[in-house]
Design a protein around this ligand. Structure first.
Ligand SMILES: Nc1ncnc2c1ncn2[C@@H]1O[C@H](COP(=O)(O)OP(=O)(O)OP(=O)(O)O)[C@@H](O)[C@H]1O
Ligand SMILES: [Mg+2]
Length: 400
Protein backbone atom coordinates (compact mmCIF):
# COMPACT_ATOMS: atom_id res chain seq x y z
CA UNK A 1 0.00 0.00 0.00
CA UNK A 2 1.43 3.32 -1.01
CA UNK A 3 2.22 5.71 1.80
CA UNK A 4 2.46 8.76 -0.37
CA UNK A 5 -0.01 10.64 1.81
CA UNK A 6 1.90 10.07 5.03
CA UNK A 7 3.46 13.48 5.11
CA UNK A 8 0.18 15.31 4.84
CA UNK A 9 -0.54 16.56 8.31
CA UNK A 10 2.74 15.21 9.66
CA UNK A 11 3.64 18.74 10.78
CA UNK A 12 7.43 18.27 10.84
CA UNK A 13 7.92 21.90 9.96
CA UNK A 14 4.50 23.48 9.89
CA UNK A 15 2.73 23.86 13.22
CA UNK A 16 0.01 26.48 12.47
CA UNK A 17 -0.91 26.56 8.78
CA UNK A 18 -3.35 29.48 9.15
CA UNK A 19 -0.38 31.77 9.79
CA UNK A 20 0.73 31.36 6.19
CA UNK A 21 -2.67 32.32 4.87
CA UNK A 22 -2.82 35.76 3.21
CA UNK A 23 -5.99 36.57 5.13
CA UNK A 24 -4.49 35.74 8.51
CA UNK A 25 -4.57 38.85 10.67
CA UNK A 26 -1.54 39.06 12.95
CA UNK A 27 -1.96 40.23 16.55
CA UNK A 28 0.39 43.11 15.83
CA UNK A 29 1.60 44.81 12.69
CA UNK A 30 5.36 44.99 12.54
CA UNK A 31 7.37 48.01 11.45
CA UNK A 32 4.43 50.28 10.67
CA UNK A 33 4.26 52.37 13.87
CA UNK A 34 4.44 55.67 12.00
CA UNK A 35 1.66 54.79 9.64
CA UNK A 36 -0.51 53.34 12.40
CA UNK A 37 -0.04 56.62 14.30
CA UNK A 38 -0.99 58.62 11.24
CA UNK A 39 -4.15 56.60 10.80
CA UNK A 40 -5.09 56.82 14.48
CA UNK A 41 -4.62 60.59 14.39
CA UNK A 42 -7.40 60.88 11.82
CA UNK A 43 -9.75 59.29 14.35
CA UNK A 44 -8.74 61.25 17.41
CA UNK A 45 -12.31 62.47 18.09
CA UNK A 46 -13.82 59.02 17.93
CA UNK A 47 -14.11 58.69 21.71
CA UNK A 48 -16.64 61.56 21.70
CA UNK A 49 -20.29 60.77 21.02
CA UNK A 50 -20.36 62.88 17.84
CA UNK A 51 -16.83 62.23 16.63
CA UNK A 52 -16.09 60.76 13.21
CA UNK A 53 -12.95 60.22 11.12
CA UNK A 54 -11.97 59.82 7.49
CA UNK A 55 -8.93 58.38 5.79
CA UNK A 56 -7.75 57.61 2.29
CA UNK A 57 -5.05 54.92 2.23
CA UNK A 58 -3.03 54.38 -0.93
CA UNK A 59 0.09 52.33 -1.58
CA UNK A 60 1.53 49.66 -3.88
CA UNK A 61 0.49 46.01 -3.97
CA UNK A 62 1.19 44.08 -0.78
CA UNK A 63 2.21 47.15 1.22
CA UNK A 64 -0.18 46.20 4.02
CA UNK A 65 -3.13 48.52 3.29
CA UNK A 66 -5.84 45.95 3.99
CA UNK A 67 -4.20 44.59 7.12
CA UNK A 68 -3.58 48.14 8.39
CA UNK A 69 -7.27 48.99 8.16
CA UNK A 70 -8.29 45.56 9.49
CA UNK A 71 -6.12 45.72 12.58
CA UNK A 72 -7.16 49.34 13.18
CA UNK A 73 -10.86 48.38 13.17
CA UNK A 74 -10.21 45.47 15.51
CA UNK A 75 -8.04 47.49 17.90
CA UNK A 76 -10.21 50.63 18.05
CA UNK A 77 -13.25 48.57 19.02
CA UNK A 78 -11.38 47.12 21.96
CA UNK A 79 -9.81 50.44 22.85
CA UNK A 80 -13.12 52.31 23.07
CA UNK A 81 -15.11 49.41 24.47
CA UNK A 82 -16.09 51.34 27.62
CA UNK A 83 -16.74 54.64 25.87
CA UNK A 84 -18.57 54.08 22.65
CA UNK A 85 -19.92 51.13 20.76
CA UNK A 86 -18.00 50.89 17.51
CA UNK A 87 -19.12 48.62 14.69
CA UNK A 88 -16.98 48.06 11.63
CA UNK A 89 -17.58 46.68 8.16
CA UNK A 90 -14.92 46.04 5.57
CA UNK A 91 -16.19 45.72 2.03
CA UNK A 92 -13.98 44.67 -0.84
CA UNK A 93 -15.31 46.60 -3.82
CA UNK A 94 -13.80 44.13 -6.25
CA UNK A 95 -16.63 41.79 -5.30
CA UNK A 96 -19.24 44.53 -4.92
CA UNK A 97 -18.42 46.97 -7.61
CA UNK A 98 -21.51 49.17 -7.82
CA UNK A 99 -22.53 51.61 -5.11
CA UNK A 100 -25.84 49.76 -4.78
CA UNK A 101 -24.06 46.44 -4.11
CA UNK A 102 -21.75 48.14 -1.63
CA UNK A 103 -24.63 49.57 0.44
CA UNK A 104 -26.49 46.26 0.30
CA UNK A 105 -23.40 44.48 1.60
CA UNK A 106 -22.93 46.97 4.43
CA UNK A 107 -26.54 46.53 5.50
CA UNK A 108 -26.34 42.79 5.18
CA UNK A 109 -23.26 42.62 7.40
CA UNK A 110 -24.98 44.68 10.10
CA UNK A 111 -28.31 42.91 9.81
CA UNK A 112 -28.14 39.65 7.85
CA UNK A 113 -31.94 39.44 7.58
CA UNK A 114 -32.45 42.95 6.23
CA UNK A 115 -34.53 43.02 3.06
CA UNK A 116 -32.80 44.96 0.32
CA UNK A 117 -34.60 43.98 -2.83
CA UNK A 118 -36.66 46.69 -4.42
CA UNK A 119 -35.32 49.41 -2.14
CA UNK A 120 -33.82 52.55 -3.65
CA UNK A 121 -30.41 53.85 -2.68
CA UNK A 122 -32.01 56.57 -0.56
CA UNK A 123 -34.13 54.04 1.30
CA UNK A 124 -31.18 51.77 1.91
CA UNK A 125 -29.18 54.64 3.38
CA UNK A 126 -32.06 55.61 5.69
CA UNK A 127 -32.28 51.99 6.88
CA UNK A 128 -28.54 51.96 7.43
CA UNK A 129 -28.63 55.11 9.54
CA UNK A 130 -31.58 53.85 11.60
CA UNK A 131 -29.87 50.56 12.24
CA UNK A 132 -26.72 52.21 13.56
CA UNK A 133 -28.51 54.80 15.66
CA UNK A 134 -30.96 52.28 17.09
CA UNK A 135 -28.02 50.60 18.78
CA UNK A 136 -26.43 53.96 19.72
CA UNK A 137 -23.43 52.78 17.80
CA UNK A 138 -20.89 54.31 15.48
CA UNK A 139 -19.99 52.58 12.24
CA UNK A 140 -16.59 52.58 10.55
CA UNK A 141 -17.00 51.65 6.88
CA UNK A 142 -13.87 50.46 5.08
CA UNK A 143 -14.16 50.40 1.29
CA UNK A 144 -11.17 48.38 0.13
CA UNK A 145 -10.07 48.44 -3.54
CA UNK A 146 -12.53 51.31 -3.88
CA UNK A 147 -11.35 52.07 -7.43
CA UNK A 148 -13.61 49.22 -8.65
CA UNK A 149 -16.66 51.01 -7.33
CA UNK A 150 -15.50 54.43 -8.47
CA UNK A 151 -15.05 53.13 -11.98
CA UNK A 152 -18.54 51.67 -12.15
CA UNK A 153 -20.58 54.13 -10.08
CA UNK A 154 -18.50 57.25 -9.48
CA UNK A 155 -17.96 58.83 -6.08
CA UNK A 156 -21.54 59.70 -5.20
CA UNK A 157 -21.83 57.08 -2.49
CA UNK A 158 -18.82 58.49 -0.65
CA UNK A 159 -20.57 61.82 -0.60
CA UNK A 160 -23.80 60.33 0.67
CA UNK A 161 -22.10 58.36 3.42
CA UNK A 162 -20.21 61.45 4.57
CA UNK A 163 -23.46 63.46 4.63
CA UNK A 164 -25.60 60.76 6.19
CA UNK A 165 -26.41 62.91 9.26
CA UNK A 166 -27.38 66.04 7.38
CA UNK A 167 -30.99 67.09 7.91
CA UNK A 168 -31.31 64.49 10.64
CA UNK A 169 -31.13 64.68 14.36
CA UNK A 170 -27.93 63.39 15.92
CA UNK A 171 -24.41 63.39 14.53
CA UNK A 172 -21.40 61.14 14.26
CA UNK A 173 -23.01 58.10 12.66
CA UNK A 174 -20.38 56.99 10.18
CA UNK A 175 -16.60 57.12 9.67
CA UNK A 176 -15.11 56.22 6.32
CA UNK A 177 -11.83 54.68 5.25
CA UNK A 178 -11.17 54.15 1.56
CA UNK A 179 -8.27 52.11 0.20
CA UNK A 180 -6.73 51.81 -3.23
CA UNK A 181 -3.48 50.86 -4.90
CA UNK A 182 -1.63 53.97 -5.91
CA UNK A 183 -1.46 52.86 -9.54
CA UNK A 184 -5.17 53.60 -9.81
CA UNK A 185 -4.90 56.91 -8.06
CA UNK A 186 -5.98 58.70 -11.21
CA UNK A 187 -9.50 57.54 -10.47
CA UNK A 188 -9.26 58.67 -6.92
CA UNK A 189 -7.76 61.90 -8.01
CA UNK A 190 -8.44 65.37 -6.70
CA UNK A 191 -12.22 65.26 -6.48
CA UNK A 192 -12.36 62.17 -4.28
CA UNK A 193 -9.37 63.09 -2.20
CA UNK A 194 -10.60 66.61 -1.60
CA UNK A 195 -14.01 65.27 -0.69
CA UNK A 196 -12.36 63.05 1.91
CA UNK A 197 -9.98 65.87 2.93
CA UNK A 198 -6.53 65.95 1.40
CA UNK A 199 -4.88 65.98 4.84
CA UNK A 200 -6.54 62.61 5.43
CA UNK A 201 -4.56 60.99 2.64
CA UNK A 202 -2.10 58.41 4.00
CA UNK A 203 0.47 57.25 1.48
CA UNK A 204 2.08 53.90 2.28
CA UNK A 205 5.51 53.09 0.82
CA UNK A 206 6.47 49.61 -0.45
CA UNK A 207 8.31 47.43 2.05
CA UNK A 208 12.09 47.49 2.20
CA UNK A 209 14.04 44.28 2.71
CA UNK A 210 14.24 44.99 6.46
CA UNK A 211 10.48 45.49 6.71
CA UNK A 212 9.85 42.26 4.83
CA UNK A 213 12.29 40.41 7.06
CA UNK A 214 10.28 41.44 10.14
CA UNK A 215 6.99 40.33 8.58
CA UNK A 216 8.38 36.97 7.41
CA UNK A 217 9.97 36.40 10.80
CA UNK A 218 6.66 37.11 12.53
CA UNK A 219 4.87 34.59 10.29
CA UNK A 220 7.59 31.97 10.74
CA UNK A 221 7.52 32.36 14.52
CA UNK A 222 3.78 31.90 14.55
CA UNK A 223 3.49 29.12 12.00
CA UNK A 224 6.59 26.94 12.12
CA UNK A 225 7.99 24.43 14.54
CA UNK A 226 10.82 26.12 16.49
CA UNK A 227 14.25 25.20 15.18
CA UNK A 228 13.10 24.50 11.61
CA UNK A 229 14.35 27.81 10.20
CA UNK A 230 17.30 30.13 10.74
CA UNK A 231 17.51 33.90 10.64
CA UNK A 232 19.64 33.57 7.50
CA UNK A 233 16.82 31.75 5.74
CA UNK A 234 14.36 34.49 6.72
CA UNK A 235 16.74 37.10 5.38
CA UNK A 236 17.20 35.31 2.08
CA UNK A 237 13.44 35.07 1.57
CA UNK A 238 13.13 38.79 2.39
CA UNK A 239 15.81 39.58 -0.19
CA UNK A 240 13.91 37.64 -2.81
CA UNK A 241 10.68 39.45 -2.02
CA UNK A 242 12.39 42.84 -1.82
CA UNK A 243 12.38 43.22 -5.58
CA UNK A 244 8.67 43.88 -5.44
CA UNK A 245 8.39 45.21 -1.88
CA UNK A 246 5.28 43.04 -1.63
CA UNK A 247 4.69 41.39 1.76
CA UNK A 248 2.34 38.84 0.21
CA UNK A 249 5.18 37.67 -2.01
CA UNK A 250 7.39 37.16 1.06
CA UNK A 251 4.75 35.07 2.80
CA UNK A 252 4.20 33.09 -0.40
CA UNK A 253 7.92 32.31 -0.70
CA UNK A 254 8.05 31.21 2.94
CA UNK A 255 5.03 29.01 2.42
CA UNK A 256 6.48 27.39 -0.70
CA UNK A 257 9.79 26.71 1.07
CA UNK A 258 7.93 25.14 4.00
CA UNK A 259 6.01 22.94 1.59
CA UNK A 260 9.18 21.68 -0.07
CA UNK A 261 10.91 21.10 3.21
CA UNK A 262 7.93 19.23 4.64
CA UNK A 263 7.77 16.92 1.63
CA UNK A 264 11.42 15.99 1.46
CA UNK A 265 11.46 14.81 5.07
CA UNK A 266 12.58 11.27 5.70
CA UNK A 267 14.30 9.60 8.59
CA UNK A 268 17.69 11.07 7.65
CA UNK A 269 16.96 14.60 6.60
CA UNK A 270 17.37 17.55 8.92
CA UNK A 271 14.09 19.08 10.05
CA UNK A 272 15.12 22.46 8.80
CA UNK A 273 14.40 24.68 5.81
CA UNK A 274 17.48 24.77 3.60
CA UNK A 275 18.57 27.18 0.92
CA UNK A 276 17.60 24.73 -1.78
CA UNK A 277 14.02 24.80 -0.50
CA UNK A 278 13.92 28.52 -1.17
CA UNK A 279 15.67 28.44 -4.50
CA UNK A 280 13.65 25.58 -5.79
CA UNK A 281 10.49 26.88 -4.26
CA UNK A 282 10.70 29.75 -6.64
CA UNK A 283 13.08 30.02 -9.49
CA UNK A 284 10.81 32.33 -11.41
CA UNK A 285 11.62 35.48 -9.47
CA UNK A 286 14.24 36.40 -12.03
CA UNK A 287 11.79 35.75 -14.83
CA UNK A 288 9.17 37.90 -13.20
CA UNK A 289 11.44 40.89 -13.09
CA UNK A 290 12.81 40.10 -16.52
CA UNK A 291 16.33 39.03 -15.55
CA UNK A 292 17.15 36.12 -17.82
CA UNK A 293 19.87 33.56 -17.45
CA UNK A 294 21.35 34.94 -20.68
CA UNK A 295 22.63 38.01 -18.84
CA UNK A 296 25.78 35.98 -18.23
CA UNK A 297 26.43 35.41 -21.93
CA UNK A 298 28.04 38.80 -22.40
CA UNK A 299 30.47 38.51 -19.51
CA UNK A 300 34.20 38.33 -20.12
CA UNK A 301 35.98 35.03 -19.42
CA UNK A 302 37.29 36.12 -16.02
CA UNK A 303 33.99 37.67 -14.99
CA UNK A 304 32.54 34.24 -15.72
CA UNK A 305 35.20 32.54 -13.64
CA UNK A 306 34.45 34.82 -10.69
CA UNK A 307 30.73 34.16 -11.05
CA UNK A 308 31.29 30.41 -11.33
CA UNK A 309 33.29 30.52 -8.10
CA UNK A 310 30.39 32.33 -6.45
CA UNK A 311 27.76 29.92 -7.77
CA UNK A 312 29.61 26.98 -6.31
CA UNK A 313 29.54 28.42 -2.84
CA UNK A 314 26.02 29.87 -3.09
CA UNK A 315 24.59 26.47 -3.97
CA UNK A 316 24.96 25.59 -0.31
CA UNK A 317 25.35 28.88 1.56
CA UNK A 318 23.05 31.93 1.61
CA UNK A 319 25.83 34.48 1.50
CA UNK A 320 29.59 34.71 1.02
CA UNK A 321 32.27 37.32 1.66
CA UNK A 322 34.72 38.94 -0.78
CA UNK A 323 37.44 36.80 0.83
CA UNK A 324 35.46 33.67 -0.08
CA UNK A 325 35.09 34.89 -3.65
CA UNK A 326 38.82 35.41 -4.01
CA UNK A 327 39.83 32.06 -2.62
CA UNK A 328 37.25 30.11 -4.62
CA UNK A 329 38.12 32.09 -7.76
CA UNK A 330 41.73 30.97 -7.26
CA UNK A 331 40.56 27.35 -7.29
CA UNK A 332 38.46 27.88 -10.41
CA UNK A 333 41.41 29.58 -12.19
CA UNK A 334 43.55 26.57 -11.44
CA UNK A 335 40.88 24.24 -12.79
CA UNK A 336 40.66 26.22 -16.05
CA UNK A 337 44.43 26.82 -16.14
CA UNK A 338 44.15 30.60 -16.05
CA UNK A 339 46.29 33.24 -14.42
CA UNK A 340 44.42 35.03 -11.65
CA UNK A 341 43.47 38.70 -11.91
CA UNK A 342 44.34 41.16 -9.16
CA UNK A 343 42.29 41.85 -6.05
CA UNK A 344 41.04 45.20 -7.44
CA UNK A 345 39.98 43.66 -10.74
CA UNK A 346 38.02 40.91 -8.96
CA UNK A 347 36.30 43.60 -6.90
CA UNK A 348 35.33 45.44 -10.09
CA UNK A 349 33.92 42.23 -11.58
CA UNK A 350 31.80 41.66 -8.50
CA UNK A 351 30.46 45.22 -8.71
CA UNK A 352 29.66 44.67 -12.38
CA UNK A 353 27.75 41.47 -11.56
CA UNK A 354 25.79 43.39 -8.98
CA UNK A 355 24.91 46.14 -11.48
CA UNK A 356 23.65 43.47 -13.86
CA UNK A 357 21.45 42.13 -11.01
CA UNK A 358 23.13 38.75 -11.23
CA UNK A 359 24.11 38.99 -7.58
CA UNK A 360 23.22 41.19 -4.65
CA UNK A 361 25.43 42.69 -1.97
CA UNK A 362 24.75 44.02 1.51
CA UNK A 363 27.17 45.69 3.85
CA UNK A 364 26.89 44.59 7.46
CA UNK A 365 28.73 45.42 10.64
CA UNK A 366 30.67 42.43 11.90
CA UNK A 367 29.63 41.09 15.26
CA UNK A 368 32.51 42.52 17.27
CA UNK A 369 31.45 45.93 15.93
CA UNK A 370 34.94 46.80 14.72
CA UNK A 371 34.50 46.54 11.02
CA UNK A 372 32.13 46.13 8.12
CA UNK A 373 31.88 43.22 5.78
CA UNK A 374 30.09 42.67 2.48
CA UNK A 375 27.65 39.79 2.20
CA UNK A 376 27.18 38.63 -1.36
CA UNK A 377 24.11 36.61 -2.30
CA UNK A 378 22.18 35.45 -5.36
CA UNK A 379 18.51 36.05 -4.65
CA UNK A 380 17.26 36.19 -8.25
CA UNK A 381 18.76 33.06 -9.77
CA UNK A 382 19.37 29.46 -8.99
CA UNK A 383 23.15 29.16 -8.54
CA UNK A 384 22.96 25.66 -10.05
CA UNK A 385 21.35 26.97 -13.25
CA UNK A 386 23.88 29.74 -13.67
CA UNK A 387 26.84 27.48 -13.05
CA UNK A 388 25.72 24.92 -15.65
CA UNK A 389 25.36 27.71 -18.19
CA UNK A 390 28.80 29.09 -17.32
CA UNK A 391 30.44 25.69 -17.54
CA UNK A 392 28.97 25.36 -21.01
CA UNK A 393 30.09 28.80 -22.16
CA UNK A 394 33.52 29.00 -20.54
CA UNK A 395 35.51 26.59 -22.72
CA UNK A 396 34.49 28.52 -25.85
CA UNK A 397 35.12 31.89 -24.26
CA UNK A 398 38.62 30.89 -23.10
CA UNK A 399 39.74 29.52 -26.46
CA UNK A 400 38.57 32.41 -28.55
N1 LIG B 1 3.28 45.38 8.80
C1 LIG B 1 2.83 44.13 8.68
N2 LIG B 1 2.92 43.28 9.71
C2 LIG B 1 2.47 42.01 9.59
N3 LIG B 1 1.92 41.49 8.47
C3 LIG B 1 1.82 42.30 7.39
C4 LIG B 1 2.26 43.66 7.45
N4 LIG B 1 2.04 44.22 6.24
C5 LIG B 1 1.50 43.28 5.46
N5 LIG B 1 1.35 42.12 6.14
C6 LIG B 1 0.79 40.89 5.59
O1 LIG B 1 1.17 40.82 4.22
C7 LIG B 1 0.08 40.40 3.40
C8 LIG B 1 -0.25 41.47 2.39
O2 LIG B 1 -0.77 42.63 3.04
P1 LIG B 1 -2.15 43.32 2.57
O3 LIG B 1 -3.08 42.32 2.02
O4 LIG B 1 -2.63 44.17 3.68
O5 LIG B 1 -1.56 44.23 1.38
P2 LIG B 1 -2.34 45.27 0.46
O6 LIG B 1 -1.54 46.52 0.46
O7 LIG B 1 -3.77 45.36 0.90
O8 LIG B 1 -2.23 44.58 -0.98
P3 LIG B 1 -3.20 44.78 -2.27
O9 LIG B 1 -2.77 46.08 -2.90
O10 LIG B 1 -2.87 43.62 -3.16
O11 LIG B 1 -4.61 44.80 -1.79
C9 LIG B 1 -1.06 40.09 4.34
O12 LIG B 1 -1.06 38.70 4.62
C10 LIG B 1 -0.72 40.89 5.59
O13 LIG B 1 -1.24 40.28 6.76
MG1 LIG C 1 -5.55 44.83 -0.03
Amino acid sequence: MSNYLDRIGAGFVLANPEGLDFDYMPDELVGRDDIQNQLASKFSTLSHPDGTGRAVITGPVGSGKTVLAGTFCRDIQRHLANKRQIKTVQINCRNASTSMRVVQRILHKLDPGHPDRGLSMGELLISLRKLIRRDSAHLIVVLDEVDHMLRRSGDDLLYQLLRIDEDQSGKGTISLIIISQEQVLDLLETAVISRMGSTNHIIIPPYTVDGLEQIIKQRAEYSLVPGTYSSKIIRLIAEKAALSGDARRGIELLSAAVERCEFRQDSQSAREILIEDIHEANDSVALQIGIKLEVVDDLSAHQMLVLLAMCRRLKTEETMSMGDVESLYAVVCEEYEQKQKSHTTIWKYVKHLEQQQVIDSKVATVSDGRGRTTHLSMPYHLPADLSSRLELLLPKRLHR
